[in-house]
Design a protein. Structure first.
Length: 279
């Protein structure tokens, strides 16, 4: 009886061993098949993206990710789905995919790029700067995050440039509202807007005009000491500015602004566009 038990035990051991081997082989074959399917799906997605069919491309990239989520290709597929949407201006879909990527693959090497692309989605989703600044505020926060978390990357350099443009737009809106208040004779409200430009957007192209407007308003309402203070700031920092000459004329009514015959300096197209929106 003992001998029989030993024989049966040995037999069971060999059966389990052989079954385990077969299962392992089957598992390896299945994984190989899944990997090939995933690569095919990724390839189809890439080809569709090149053809401009972002719907099919995103679908295939998502499919590739789901087929083999443990693969190194999974995060790549997820990020490509986001880029597919972004490439054709489907920003809401791109934002969804990018947020999911950041949450699912927080340690992926392409995380800085995902954050930057998310910032660009906010930045490029501007409909009307004069009515809704929320996309710009979100973009600014994201670009500031990139500069803080990834300061040594190329994305940080681009983020810094974008922040400068965003601040120009935000300052432009404050100037637009301030000028509107001047027309309505709401002096205190106008002063507050121009002071925001000096405080929050001191590196923008609108500082010179903001200083002049403060000179102009304070002089008009009889606060000549305050007017002199802002005129001094304008003269000290921007003596060659046309706005300094305009402010000088506030105090000297007979002063004629000199017309200078010189070529206009070419400005960045984007900056010109932003300024023209609020003239």
């Amino acid at each position: 009886m003992e001998l029989l038990k030993k024989v049966l035990l040995l037999s069971l051991f060999f059966v389990l061993s052989s079954c385990g081997g077969d299962k392992e082989k089957v598992t390896i074959v299945k994984e190989k098949d899944i990997e090939l399917q995933m690569i095919d799906a990724f390839k189809e997605g890439y080809e569709a993206l090149e053809d401009g069919d972002v719907f099919f491309a995103a679908k295939k990239f998502n499919e590739a990710e789901l087929l083999y989520p443990q693969s190194v290709w999974a995060p790549k597929a997820s990020l490509m789905a986001a880029y597919a949407w972004y490439s054709q201006n489907y920003y809401y879909d791109a934002v969804y995919e990018l947020k999911r990527f950041i949450k699912t693959y927080p340690n992926d090497k392409n995380i800085p790029y995902a954050h930057f692309l998310l910032g660009m989605c906010y930045y490029e989703n501007i409909i009307d700067e004069r009515k809704d600044l929320e996309p710009l505020i979100r973009a600014k926060k994201k670009f500031e995050f990139i500069m803080e978390e990834y300061p040594d990357t190329d994305f940080a350099l681009d983020a810094s440039f974008k922040i400068g443009l965003i601040e120009d737009i935000m300052a432009a809106k404050e100037m637009y509202i301030g000028r509107h208040y001047i027309k309505k004779g709401k002096w205190i409200a106008a002063i507050n807007r121009f002071k925001i430009v000096l405080k929050d957007y001191s590196t923008t192209i609108f500082v010179e005009e903001a200083l002049h407007r403060l000179v102009e308003i304070h002089y008009k309402i009889g606060l000549t000491e305050e007017a002199n203070k802002y005129a001094s700031l304008l003269g000290y920092n921007y003596q060659s500015s046309k706005w300094y000459e305009e402010s000088y004329r506030v105090f000297n009514k007979n002063y004629q602004v000199k017309i200078k015959n010189k070529k206009k300096k070419s400005k960045n197209f984007i900056i010109r566009k932003f300024k023209s929106l609020f003239d």
